[in-house]
Ligand binder design. Sequence first.
Ligand code: ATP
Ligand code: MG
Length: 499
Amino acid sequence: MSRFTQWINRFGGGSGDAGTGLDPILDRPLLHLTDTDLWTVRDAVGGAVIFGGPGSGKSSGPGRHIALSMLESQMGGVVLAAKPGEARKWLDYATETGRLDDVVVFSPEYPELRINPLDQELRRVGRGAGYTANVTSLFEILLEITEGGRKDGDGEKFWHRATIELMTHATNVLHAAGETVSLVNIHELIQSVPRRSEAVDEFHEDIWRDHSYCWQCMARAVGQDFQDVVPERQQDLEMAASYLCEEFPRLAERTRGSIIATMKGMALPFLQSPLREVFGSETTLRLEDIFDHRTILICDWPLKTFASVGRIANGLMKYLFQVAAERRSVGRNTVPAFLFVDEAQLFITSRDAEFMATARESRICTTFITQNISNLYSAVRAPNAKHVVDSLLANFNTKCFAANSDALTNRWAADLIAQSWQLMAGSSTTTGQQASTGATLNQQLAYRILPGEFLTLQTGGPPEFLVESIVAQGGRVFHHTDAPYGRIVFPQEPERSPR
Ligand SMILES: Nc1ncnc2c1ncn2[C@@H]1O[C@H](COP(=O)(O)OP(=O)(O)OP(=O)(O)O)[C@@H](O)[C@H]1O
Ligand SMILES: [Mg+2]
C-alpha cells in the first residue's frame, strides 16, 4: 500500500490508521501537491521557502495554499504583514476557513494589545526564568533588528558587547528595584549615572542623588527584602552598582560616548510612540495563546505605513514567537503552530537559522516568501552573508521556485535540483569513401532543470489563473517526475471585485 493510499484510508473516510504507523498529527496532509504527492504537517515543520520574482504569483499561488491549509488544520500561528493588504488578506483566509474568531490583530490601531518583552522575560516563571542572561539575547537581537541587519565587523562587535554589558547592568538594577524593565527606563537610568573623574565626583553629591533615577533605583533595590533572593542576584546587583557608578563613569569620554550612541541607536525607536507604549509598558498579549488556544496573531505593521518602525515591530514579534515556541514543552500530542513571513528578506536575523534547525522538534511550520537569494544576502549585511543565508536555507526542507529572472536564484535552484545522467541525442558523420551520417545517443551529466526554465513558468492572472512552480524537497522523490523535484501548479483564486 503506498503512502498516499494509506492516507486516503486514514483521512479520507477509510478504515482508520490501524497498522499504518502514521502519526495522527505529523502525518496529516496539508496539501495535495499532485494527485499522488501529499505535503503533510511533517513536511511543513521542516520549513518551506518560496522564491519568485515580483508578480510571479508566489503569494497568491503557493503562499495562499499553504496559508489556507494551516488555518484549515486548526493551527494557531503568527503572520507578519509587511504589505498594506496582507492583514486584510489573512482576515479573508480566516473567514474562508471559519477561523475568524481565532484572529487577533496586533497593530498600533489596537493599543490595548501590548507586550513588554524585557519585563516579561524577567517575570516569567518556569525553568531558566528571571535571569538577565536571557535579556542579553534580546538586546543582541534588538541591536540587529534596529540596525536593519547583522554587522559582524570587529569594531561593531566591540561596541555591541560594551552596550549590552551596560544595558544588562541597568536591567539588573531596575529589576531589583521592582521597576518596569523597559528600554525607556534603561535609557533613563543610564542617562543619570554619576559623572566621576579626577575633577568631579557626583556620586557623593546630594544634588545628584536627589535627581538621579539611577540612584533612586539603586536605593530602592538595596532597601528590598533580599531574604527570598538567591545570593547570585545580590551579587548581580552589587556588580551592576559598581559598574554603573564606578567603572562606566571612569571610562574615557570617547569610549563612553560611543557606547551611549550605540545604545541610543537601538533604544530610540522604543523611546517614541507607538513602540514605547506597545513594547514598553505592561503585557496584555499572551504568546502562549497561540499554542494553547490556537490564536492566529496577525502582526499588522505594514512597512509602507510604518517604515522602519514596522520592520522593528514585526521583526521583534517574530523573535519573541520563536523564543516562546522553543520554550514550550513538546510531546506526542502537541499541536503544531505556524510562522508565516511574506517578504521575509525584511525580517531575517541571524537567529533564524538556529530556530529553523530545531523548528521540527518545536513543531513550528515556518513559511518564508522572498523574491530572490540576492535579497537575502543583502538583508544579512554581514561579511559572511553568503554563509549565513546558505545555512539558513539549508534548514528549509521544502523549496518552491516560482517564475524568476534572477540569474543567481535560478542557478542556485538548478544546482539544488542537481544534475542527472541523461541520454542526449546527437548525430555523427563519417567522411571518406563510405561516408555516412547517423544518429547517436550519449549519456551526459546534465541539469534536470535548466536555470533558464525558471523564466518561463506561468505567473498567474487571466486567463488560466495558474501559478507554476518547481518544488524541491529533501528526502522526497516526486511521483510524476521520479526525481527530487516536482512541477507543481497552484490555482489562484480569481480576483473578486474590489470591496
Ligand atoms: N486572486 C488573484 N486572481 C487573479 N490574479 C491575481 C490574484 N492575485 C494576484 N493576481 C495576479 O497574479 C500575479 C501574481 O501576483 P502575486 O501577488 O501572487 O505575486 P507575488 O509573486 O507575490 O508578487 P510580489 O513579489 O509583488 O509580492 C499578479 O499579476 C497579480 O496581479
Ligand atoms: Mg507577494
